[in-house]
Design a protein around this ligand. Structure first.
Ligand code: UT7
Length: 325
């Protein structure tokens, strides 16, 4: 027997408004063909001006609680990964806690940009393994549209809004190794030397404003392809397994070409990769839990499947998680 953290519920939320590539053609000097060819994105969801990251996180969180079939009073922690919080403080997590009727317990936000959900999952997993929490609501939620420069065609066609959530629960797993359920390992990295190739132009203690996304796309692309290849190798080697053991790759959705490159490196057919980039765009920390929930609700991802999550984002940060669902 060993204590494992298992995902017992998933949820997600996407704002009603859909922004298509045709809409963007009217806003900046771009084409549907360029966006689809270079990124794989066809449309994305954009929050309304009065809708916050917290609002989306609450909706996704509520759905995850329902899907786990638990009462909010049994949750003892909330961790939200976000780069676009409602306020500089307090955290989005405490807003979710209050809105869902979750009793006092740990609640805080994590900032690791597009790798945020993998970081949050890892932190929650460690709280559970240490015996400091039994049930944690882990959310990735972003209103990236609020930090996009809508005149900058190099970034505004990529980013989008949404939220995804999971309930992570302590579980006494009798089966040893990766055959058992739960999170088997997480692998987290950051390299601050690359912090200025993907950043915002401001922040509370510098400009006093959130700022806009600045990205050297080609540079980030290069690191994404290499770091993702390395981290999936590292994760498989850590467990002595091969990609044939993985049922589903659930990657961060930044660019279809990065996803295809990782799948190729793993020698995994695209049929075993959850792809949402075409209709979600890049929702940063929300992209993996959104893809997970979509995969589960579509009946693709089933209980007992071995899943590999991987992501890269500003920092640069990157990471992976291997878990049996
Ligand atoms: O989630 C966080 C991590 N983020 C990522 O992983 C993103 C990584 N980067 C990328 O996904 C890709 O680099 C992009 C999709 C951002 C860009 O694709 P690219 O193939 O690297 O294009 P590029 O930046 O080299 O731009 C090629 C050309 C340029 O024109 P010139 O200099 O060749 O004349 C750009 O000015 O495309 C131009 N361009 C556009 N044209 C039409 C840039 N943006 C657009 C646009 N529409 N929206």
């Amino acid at each position: 027997m060993s204590i494992k953290s298992i995902i017992t519920g998933t949820g997600s939320y996407l704002p009603e408004k859909i922004l298509t590539n045709a809409d963007l053609e009217k806003m900046v000097d771009t084409t549907d063909e360029w966006i689809v060819q270079r990124s794989g994105i066809q449309q994305r969801h954009i929050a309304s001006p009065d809708q916050t990251t917290g609002d989306m996180a609450i909706n996704a969180g509520r759905m995850a609680v329902q899907s786990a079939g638990i009462d909010p009073s049994h949750i003892d922690g909330v961790i939200v990964a976000t780069t676009t919080p409602d306020n500089t403080f307090p955290s989005v997590a405490v807003k979710v806690q209050a809105a869902l009727g979750i009793p006092p317990g740990l609640a805080f936000d994590i900032q690791a940009v597009c790798t945020g959900f993998v970081y949050a999952l890892s932190v929650a997993d460690n709280f559970i393994k240490a015996g400091q929490a039994k049930r944690i609501l882990v959310i990735g939620a972003e209103k990236m549209s609020s930090i996009v420069n809508w005149q900058d065609r190099t970034t505004c066609v990529l980013f989008a809004d949404g939220a995804g959530a999971v309930i992570l629960e302590s579980h006494d797993e009798p089966t040893p190794g990766v055959a058992g359920r739960g999170i088997h390992s997480t692998h987290l990295y950051a390299n601050g030397h690359h912090r200025d190739i993907l950043m915002t132009s401001g922040g509370p203690s510098s400009t006093g404003k959130a700022g806009h996304i600045l990205m050297e796309g080609k540079e980030v692309f290069k690191y994404a392809v290499n770091y993702m290849a390395d981290i999936v190798d590292e994760t498989l080697a850590y467990h002595g397994i091969t990609s044939a053991d993985i049922d589903w790759l659930v990657p961060h959705q930044a660019n279809i070409r990065i996803i295809e490159s990782t799948a190729k490196k793993l020698d995994m057919p695209m049929e075993r990769v959850i792809v949402t980039i075409d209709h979600h765009g890049n929702t940063s920390a929300a992209s993996i839990p959104l893809a997970l929930d979509e995969g589960v609700r579509a009946g693709k991802i089933k209980r007992g499947d071995l899943l590999l999550f991987e992501a890269l984002g500003g920092g640069l940060t990157w990471g992976s998680a291997l878990l049996r669902f």
